[in-house]
Design a protein around this ligand. Structure first.
Ligand SMILES: [Fe+2]
Length: 210
């Protein structure tokens, strides 16, 4: 019998890999399966890597450590990646954001906790904010790429955070195999990707609001 994603296991580590049957390759089947586990809103998008694509997720380019939906007032709770065809390269990178930020200097942590951070929506180009990078409840929001910074001190903190994340010895690096689902707590974990070096990669990106 197919095991459902274990919310408690995910909570302990912040991420989890599940082996799913090939029958779930259709988006509708995958959505039905996920809906058994979560009653919240679910968005699926099948991403086929083509190097010339403008959308970063489909381009195969490396992606720095980030959370999804930084530009939304209410980002999705979970991000998932279901592997239909792994291709070559494109290792998934994971890092506990709160844990990583805890290692920064107090002045940087204080700035990151201020409601003073803005992000630009990738498609509409509209700017949203102010948000906090680290919330009082411990939730994390971060993406250097679309960050809009209007203050020198905040820009310096942003660059230090990015370097701090890059150098972290706690980054988990893994390769997804065909039929595997990686589920990530998007309020706690940062995720990223190394460059994809072949065109045969197909993944379904999943976002779940609870
Ligand atoms: Fe992402």
């Amino acid at each position: 019998m197919l095991a459902q994603p274990d919310l408690y296991a995910l909570g302990a580590a912040g991420w989890q890999i599940f082996d799913l049957p090939a029958a779930l390759e259709e988006e509708s089947e995958l959505e039905r399966f996920l809906a058994l586990w979560s009653p919240g809103r679910i968005e699926l998008q099948t991403l086929v890597v083509e190097p010339e694509r403008a959308l970063l997720a489909s381009s195969g380019r490396a992606m720095s450590l980030h959370t999804d939906n930084t530009y939304l007032d209410r980002p999705c709770r979970y991000v998932g990646l279901y592997c239909i065809e792994p291709g070559v390269g494109g290792r998934s990178l994971l890092l506990d954001g709160l844990d990583a930020i805890a290692g920064m200097h107090a002045a940087d942590r204080e700035r990151l906790g201020q409601r003073a951070w803005y992000w630009r929506h990738g498609r509409t180009r509209s700017v949203s904010g102010p948000h906090r990078v680290i919330d009082t409840s411990g939730e994390v929001r971060w993406w250097r790429t679309n960050l809009c910074v209007y203050d020198e001190a905040f820009l310096a903190t942003a660059e230090r955070l990015e370097q701090h994340l890059l150098r972290s010895p706690r980054i988990v690096s893994l390769v997804l195999e065909r039929g595997q689902l990686l589920l990530i707590d998007n309020k706690r974990m940062l995720h990223g990707r190394t460059q994809v070096t072949s065109n045969e990669r197909t993944m379904v990106r999943i976002r779940i609001w609870t």
